[in-house]
Write a protein that binds this ligand. Sequence first.
Ligand code: ADP
Ligand code: ZN
Length: 723
Amino acid sequence: MNRSRARVILLNAALGPLDYRVPHGMAVEPGSIVVAPLGPRQLIGVVWEPDRAKAEEVGDNRLRPLLQAYDLPPLPEPLRRLIEWTADYYLAPLASVLRMALASTGALEGARTVTEYRATGRVPDRLTPQRAQALERIGERMGLVRELAIIGGVSDGVIRGLVKSGAIEPIEVALDAPFPDPNPDYDVPALEPAQAEAADALRDAVAAAAFAPVLLDGVTGSGKTEVYFEAIAEALRRGRQTLVLLPEIALTEPFLKRFAARFGVEPVAWHSGLRQSQRRRAWRAIVNGDARVVVGARSSLFLPYARLGLIVVDEAHEASFKQEDGVQYHARDVAVMRARFESIPVVLASATPAIETRHMVETGTYAELKLPDRYGGARLPDMAALDLIQDPPPRGRWLAPALVGELEANLAAAEQSLLFLNRRGYAPLTLCRHCGYRYQCPNCTAWMVEHRFTRRLACHHCGHVMPTPNACIECGEEDSLVACGPGVERIADEVQALFPEARTAIVTSDTIWSPAKAAEFVARMEAGEIDIVIGTQLVTKGYHFPNLTLVGVVDADLGLSGGDLRAAERTFQQIRQVSGRAGRGEKPGRVLVQTHDPSAPVMQALVSGDAEGFYAAETDARHEAAMPPFGRLAAIIVSSEDQAEATEAARMIGRAAPRHDNMAVFGPAPAPLAMLRGRHRIRLLVHAARSVPVQDIIRDWLGGLQFPRGVRVAVDVDPYSFL
Ligand code: ADP
Ligand code: ZN
C-alpha cells in the first residue's frame, strides 16, 4: 500500500470511498479511524484496503490531506470483512454498516472526564410546572444536559435554569474507569450429566478457536444458560472476549444479575438505553479488550472487539433479531458470519429453534447439542386447549370459565399466574356507537389503540397519539365511544372485576420501559407481591419464577391471522416460550390455551407436545413451496408521501424486472400496511431458488433506474415482515 495515500470510507451513506493524502508524521493502515475533509466539512471515516473499495482515480497532486488519525487500534480485519459482507448481502451502503461499528464521536476522543449533572434534592426558589416535571422525572438519574432534558421532557434551557438555581449540580465523571474482570471460578455449578456433556463440547470449541456454529437446543428450564456460561468461563480463562446477544433490552437486567451470581461481577451492557458516557466507556473497553463479556442487543454485533473468542445468541429463534429499518439485517445470521470471519464458535441457544436453524443442523452445517429435560426434575407443564366456541366467556369478557376456575384455584393456593396476550393497551379498536366512526391513525393504515391508564389513543406503528375524546370527533355525540376487543389493560380490568383481592401487574413495553423497571418487576414477583401477571411477549422469555404455576394464553389465534410464511411457527414458538414460564420450580405447572380452533395443527402440536411432528409438517410445506430455507425471498418496498409517485415508481420497477430462470417477481401491490408514517407503500416480492444470486440481480435491476427525490426504495433481503 502506498503510504502517502489512503482510501477512506466516510460515514456518509451518499458517498462512495474517497482517496486522501496521508500527511507527513501521520501513519494509517486499513481499519484506522480518521477525520477527513469534505468540502468545508470534516467527516469521520475508516481507512480501507484500496482493492476492496472501488473509488474514482484521482491524481496524487489533487488529493486533500487527512486531518487527523485517532489514537485507537484500527478496526480488526475480520470486522472489516464482516462489514463488507453485510453491506453486500443486505444491499446496504458500506457507510451505514460501518456506522454501527463506531459508537459516537465522543468515544473516539481521548479526554478522560466529562461533566454530567444530577439533582441535588434542593427545591429551586421558583418551581414552575416544567421544572417540577423535570425534577420529578429525572429523579436520581445522571446525564448530560441534553440527556436530562429528554428524560425530563423539557428544553435544555429548563435544565440549565435548574443548574443555576442549584437544584441540579455538575459532577466530573471519570470516563474510562476499567470494568472489573469476571471470575470464571466464582461460583461454578455442579452440572447434570447432559449439561456437563454439552458444556464440555462448548469448552472444546472455545479452546479450538475455530469457526463452529452450534445449536444449543434445550427445553425451557433445561439449563441452557448455565451451560453456555461454562463456554464463557473458558473464553475468560483464555483471555478472549465474549459477546452475548439478547433479543430485547428488557432481558438485560435479569441477565446481568444472573451473570453476576455466576462470575462475581456484572458484564458490560450495550444497548440503546445507555447514557453517552456509558456508551463511550463501554466502547473503549470493547476496543482495547478490557470488556471481557459484553451483553447487548443487535447493535452490539458490529462493535470492534479486540479479542473476540465466542458469540452466544440467546433465544436465537426470536424475530426481534431482525432489524426492520435502516440496514435490514438479521442479527442471528450476521452473528454466524462474524464467527466465521473471526474463526470462533457461535452458540445459538433456543428451546424452539427456527426452521432455518434446524435445517442447518440437518444438513450438517451446524452442530447440535441437546438438553432434553428440565433441570432438577422439574416437569414441563401440562397443556390443554380451551375451545372458545364450546366454552365461551360471558358476553364482553375474554376469559373462559375453565380458565377463571384455574385462576381462582391458584389464588387459593397462593401460587402465581400469568395471562398472556400479545396486545398492548386497552382495546385494539375504538368506534362510535352513534355514527360508527372508527378511530384510525392519520399517518398509517392502522386503528388507534386505546390506552386507558394514560387516557390516550395511540398508533402502535408511528406513535401518533391523541387524548381519548369525550365526544365522538366525527358526530359530536357524547360518551359514545366503544372499545372493541381486548388488550392487556382490559384483561387486567376483567381480572380485577373477578378477583378484587388479587394483586395484579401489567407487563408491557409501556410499563417496563427501562432495565430498572424490569428489575423492580422481578423483585416484586420474587417477593410474592404479585398474584396475576398480565403481559405481552415481554414476559414470555427469560424469567424464572418458581412459584408461577399457571399460564393462560388469552388468544392463541392472534398470531395466525396475518397468515404470513412463519405465522404458525411463530405461534408455536411463542406459546411454547410462555408455557416455559410455568412450573419451573418444584411445583408442577399447567397451561391453558384459549382458541377458536383446537383442531388447527399448531394447537394440536402444542397440546400433544409433538414438536417434531409439527416442525416436520411445517418444513415439508416450506420445501414444497420452495420457501426459505429452501428458496430465497427479497422484498422491495417503495414509498412516498405522494401516492401517485409511489405507484409510478413501483410500476417502473415492475416493468424493469429482469427475467431469470428459477426466479419470479410478484407485484407491485399495495402493502398490507398501505400507509406508514405518512408514506404510501407498495411492495414487490422476489422469490427465487437458492442458487439464484438474488442480490446481484436486484443491484443491477434497481441500479439502472432513476427515482424522484421523494421516493424511497428499500430492499429487505430474507424478509420477516410482510406488512
Ligand atoms: P434455560 O436457559 O434452558 O431456560 P436456565 O439456565 O435458566 O434454563 O435454568 C433453569 C433454572 O435451573 C435456573 O434457575 C438455573 O439456575 C437452574 N439450573 C439449571 N442447571 C443448574 C445446575 N446444574 N445447577 C444449579 N442450578 C441449575
Ligand atoms: Zn400511525
